[in-house]
Design a protein around this ligand. Structure first.
Ligand code: HEC
Ligand SMILES: [Cu+2]
Length: 393
């Protein structure tokens, strides 16, 4: 399949290339249509006139071709944008001019993304300044990275190796230098890498985001828990729902009813927005007293908070042992599993997205990718100011 294309190293690559080739060939039809149109100066010796059979056959054939390409493309699109539930999570934040990766186990790197082969990996991405775009040619995936709203994409690497990573949205003078690499490792090596390359490893990120003294590897959920306490969230959000604010246990993936009657599925974007702009979405039955944290929390900290809140699941809903539930450490003697949460009657059935087989993918999400819904678009502008203040070296 033409060696002008980059190597194929993900489960998407084959299909993307086939589509590319097929569509390019179909484009030839347009070319011939123009070239041999009536009135074009071509040799018409022996040309047919008024053959119903011929006309019918090309009409039907083209119809079938266009329906098949549509169906094929639509199905593939759905596959690409429906996030698999068992995906590993990596949080990506882009800024002029670098990519920062955060792994749920607390690992961080700049411009390098480590992934295992043969397992879906889901990226939750945000920009700290302008629009960037995350592109891995060998995986045939690309997605805009926007300020103020999370975008997600997923992939599954099929071959171990090192691949290019580019920003494909012109984002300033050093845009062309906003490159990196993706290292796909065999699962065993990946586990090894996760264990051995702890925070402060090869490419440490300046410790701007992590709150207090960071001794040894600390998972994102643990960092998030510390932030939850240091920002005083825990004084209003008690795991047993007795506080001023609703309990956040089982929030991710659940349906939340707003004061205006709207129902929102709580995804990562909803949580982010609840923190930065609480007034934009007041939960029904609660007073609008939550202060905004805009300008006080940076994107990396928000990722950790999202990861922490995502991990607040009732032990009964998941196979996770209760001790992996950070909520039990927040100082309440009531286990989050006891008693139904008044504000979240729907938590149970929609929680399936959070099942995870290991600690490194704690933050499963709602089954369908709702992250990209345009609902957050109007908010982008207001968050821009926040990004600017926040960007730290
Ligand atoms: C002064 C008390 C208070 C503090 C402090 C507070 N919240 Fe809230 N929070 C609320 C109340 C009340 C609501 C429900 C009304 C609303 O939606 O604004 C809420 C709603 C939320 C929601 C949506 C919950 C749902 O069930 O849909 C999230 C998420 C959230 N808060 C996270 C946080 C985080 C994270 C912090 C700390 C950075 C925090 N809150 C600090 C009172 C508080
Ligand atoms: Cu960029």
């Amino acid at each position: 399949m033409g060696n002008f294309l980059p190597e194929q190293a993900s489960t998407f690559a084959g299909t993307v290339d086939q589509m590319y080739i097929v569509l390019t060939r179909l484009a030839l039809i347009v070319y011939f249509g123009v070239r041999y149109r009536r009135g074009a100066n071509v040799n018409r010796v022996g040309a047919l006139h008024e053959s119903t059979k011929l006309e019918l056959s090309w009409i039907v054939l083209l119809l079938v071709i266009s329906l098949v390409t549509f169906g094929w493309g639509a199905r593939f699109y759905v596959t690409m944008y429906a996030m698999p539930e068992d995906a590993l999570h990596v949080y990506v934040s882009g800024k002029q001019w670098m990519w920062q990766m955060q792994y749920p186990n607390g690992q961080r790197e700049i411009n390098v993304l480590h992934v295992p082969v043969g397992r879906p990996v889901r990226l939750t991405m945000i920009s700290q300044d302008v629009i960037h775009s995350f592109y891995i040619p060998a995986f045939r995936i690309k997605h805009d990275v926007l300020p103020g709203i999370y975008t997600s994409m997923w992939f599954q690497a099929t071959q171990a190796g090192e691949y290019d990573l580019f920003c494909t949205e012109y984002c300033g003078t050093e845009h062309s230098g906003m490159v990196g690499k993706v290292v796909a490792l065999e699962p065993r090596q990946y586990e090894e890498w996760l264990r051995t390359h702890v925070v402060g490893g090869a490419d440490p990120i300046p410790e701007s985001a992590v709150g207090s003294a960071n001794e040894g590897p600390q998972t994102m959920a643990q960092t998030g828990e510390q932030l939850f306490i240091s920002f005083g969230c825990n004084s209003c959000h008690l795991p047993n729902g007795q506080g001023i604010g609703p309990s956040l246990v089982g929030l991710l993936g659940s349906e939340q009813v707003m004061a205006d009657g709207q129902t929102i599925v709580a995804d990562a974007q909803y949580i982010r927005r609840s923190i930065l702009d609480p007034r934009s979405q007041i939960v029904e039955g609660y007073p609008a007293v939550m202060p905004t944290y805009e300008g006080q929390i940076d994107e990396q900290e928000l990722f950790s908070l999202v990861e922490y809140i995502s991990a607040l699941t009732t032990p009964a809903d998941t196979q996770q042992a209760p001790d992996s539930n950070p909520a039990t450490e927040t100082g309440s003697d009531t286990t989050p599993g006891t008693g139904p949460e008044d504000s979240q009657p729907d938590a149970q059935p929609t929680d399936s997205g959070q099942e995870s087989s290991d600690g490194s993918s704690l933050s499963g999400d709602q089954p369908d990718a709702a992250d990209n819904t345009p609902s957050g678009a109007g908010q982008t502008g207001s968050d821009n100011g926040n990004q600017d203040e926040n960007s730290q070296p």
